[in-house]
Structure formats: C-alpha cells, structure tokens
Write a protein that binds this ligand. Structure first.
Ligand code: AMP
Length: 212
C-alpha cells in the first residue's frame, strides 16, 4: 500500500485536491472529518464520542482516531494508493501509522496557506449535507443559490465553520502542526506545497510530486 498524507490547516484545500485525485487518478481518499460526520449522521458510537469535540473545534482523542483509521485501512488491497486527508493530526497518530509495516507513510505533502486566506475560505464555505460537495459563497458559488449543483439538496454551513469555531480550529492546528512537520521532515518524507494558488495548478504540482 502506498500512503500519502496531506498535512495542512483546515481550509487549506486538502479535501478538494484529494477528491480530484480519487476521481481522476485512482487514489483511495480517506477523510477522517468526513468519516466522523457520516458516523454522527448515522448515530454510530464513534460519532457520539466525537461530536462534542468537533462542535467546539477540538481534536477527537488519538485512541478513537487511530482505531477509526486502522479499521478503514485494514480491508484495502495491498496495491492501493491512499490519500489520508485530515490524518494524522498529532505526532502519536503519525507514529501509530508508521508502527505497522502495511501502513507506513510514503510521503507527506504540507499545504501552506496564509491564515487570513484560511479564515475567509472556511467562513464562506457551504457544504452539501447529502453528497458532500463543497462550495464557497464567493469563490465557488453554486449555480442556484444555496442549492447543490450535483444533487439539488439545500446547502448548509458546517457547525464548525462559524468564525468562532474556525479561530479555535486554527489555534489547535497551529499547536500540533510544527511537531508533525518536524516528524515527517526528520523521516525525509516532507514535501512543502504553496497551496495559495489556483486549484488546477496545485493539482499538477501534487501529481508531479507523487510521481517522483
Ligand atoms: P476536518 O473535516 O478534517 O476539518 O475535521 C473536522 C473535525 O473532525 C476536526 O476539527 C476534529 O474535531 C475532527 N477530526 C478529524 N480528523 C481528526 C484527527 N485525525 N484527529 C483528531 N480529530 C480529528
């Protein structure tokens, strides 16, 4: 299995890029945020455990997240190319992946975006609760106001995309990220990426990096 992890703040575009890679290039996209939101929607035990942490912009405990990702990776065939979007968020999570031969990380792409850009991307984000498609009030507006282009459902703002929780999520991110960057840099697996560029340009750079 070839595992690439996407590091970067909330709103840095990890999900958008991972989705394109899975649609067009055969990657398996695992987003721990999406997995948790779906677990909450379906009232699964892990969702109940995670909800209050998520609503406040805090991290869900490592033990819960490590179990979740191990269960998602276990059934994948050995030949899979996997993008982890939103995992690891802490050094113990990174170590848990590297502990097992099957799930060792091949490379980590670090999405770098200035903080004011992140705040505006997140607070303007609107999401389809039915198919998961993401929009932005200014940068990617839906064709019909508040309506998903793909499935017609009404768009919502995620609970944790309001400004107060966004600020908290960015604080949490900053407290953990340097440790992760150092971890992957020490393991010679870190690739820094300027993620404040047009989506297609970033996609091309990622594909180039993944093929090297
Ligand atoms: P995201 O959609 O990636 O922004 O994740 C939304 C929320 O899910 C985060 O703010 C955390 O509360 C939780 N979460 C997602 N992935 C992780 C992780 N690897 N470790 C801890 N919490 C996570």
């Amino acid at each position: 299995m070839k595992i690439t992890v996407f590091l970067g703040a909330p709103g840095s575009g990890k999900g958008t890029q991972a989705k394109q890679l899975s649609d067009n290039n055969g990657f398996v996209h695992l987003s721990t945020g999406d997995m948790l939101r779906s677990a909450i929607k379906n009232q699964m035990p892990v969702g109940l455990k995670a909800k209050s942490f998520m609503d406040q912009g805090n991290l869900v405990p490592d033990s819960v997240m490590i179990e979740l990702i191990e269960e998602a990776l276990a059934p994948l065939p050995e030949t899979s190319k996997v993008i982890l979007d939103g995992f690891p968020r802490t050094v113990p999570q990174a170590e848990a992946l590297d502990k097992k031969a099957k799930t060792q990380v091949s490379q980590a792409i670090n999405f770098e975006v200035p903080e004011p850009v992140l705040v505006s991307r997140l607070t303007g984000r609107r999401t389809c609760p039915s198919c998961g498609e993401s929009y932005h009030l200014v940068y990617i507006p839906p064709a019909k106001k508040d309506t998903c282009n793909k499935c017609g459902a009404g768009l919502i703002q995620r609970n944790d995309d309001c400004e107060e929780v966004v600020r908290r999520r960015l604080e949490v991110f900053k407290s953990q990220n340097q440790g992760l960057v150092d971890y992957f840099s020490n393991h010679k697996k870190l690739i820094n990426l300027n993620a404040n560029q047009p989506v297609n340009e970033i996609q091309n750079q990622i594909i180039k990096a993944l093929n090297q």
